[in-house]
Design a protein around this ligand. Structure first.
Ligand SMILES: CC(C)(COP(=O)(O)OP(=O)(O)OC[C@H]1O[C@@H](n2cnc3c(N)ncnc32)[C@H](O)[C@@H]1OP(=O)(O)O)[C@@H](O)C(=O)NCCC(=O)NCCS
Length: 106
């Protein structure tokens, strides 16, 4: 099976369908030269303010199990809700993902 076909068949299984009441963070990144200076927290807090304004009750995201960002998210209060299990993709470097959430204080 070609790589693109294998990925297409399994990629959805890496990501949980987000809770409709959650505000989903798709891509969070700080330039490497500016990391560990507090910008990541500012961006997440900005997302939380936007989420609160539209009535969302939590923030959610998916992150690869091997991404050091998992430690960042845990450090700022995100919890791991579940982990995908897609062995067919590991050979292509697509590791399982963690679904993480943080409740929003109303
Ligand atoms: C994850 C990322 C956005 C964090 O941004 P950042 O600006 O470096 O984080 P901050 O400076 O706001 O860090 C806030 C706190 O988290 C801690 N922290 C940062 N990265 C951490 C890590 N990988 N593990 C544990 N703690 C971490 C900081 O030490 C800081 O702690 P303090 O409040 O006690 O001082 C950034 O590392 C990044 O862009 N990574 C590459 C892209 C990526 O993988 N994004 C995630 C996609 S899902």
């Amino acid at each position: 099976m070609a790589l693109s076909s294998e990925l297409a068949d399994h990629i959805d299984a890496l990501f949980l369908d987000p809770d409709p009441s959650a505000f989903y963070i798709l891509d969070l990144a700080v330039h490497v030269s500016a990391q560990k200076t507090g910008l990541g927290v500012i961006l997440v807090n900005h997302a939380e303010a936007r989420a609160k304004a539209i009535g969302a009750t939590s923030l959610s995201l998916d992150v690869s199990v091997a991404n050091p960002a998992v430690g960042f998210y845990q450090h700022i209060g995100f919890q791991i809700k579940c982990q995908s299990n897609v062995p067919a993709l590991r050979a292509y470097g697509q590791l399982d993902h963690l679904h993480m959430t943080r409740m929003i204080d109303q």
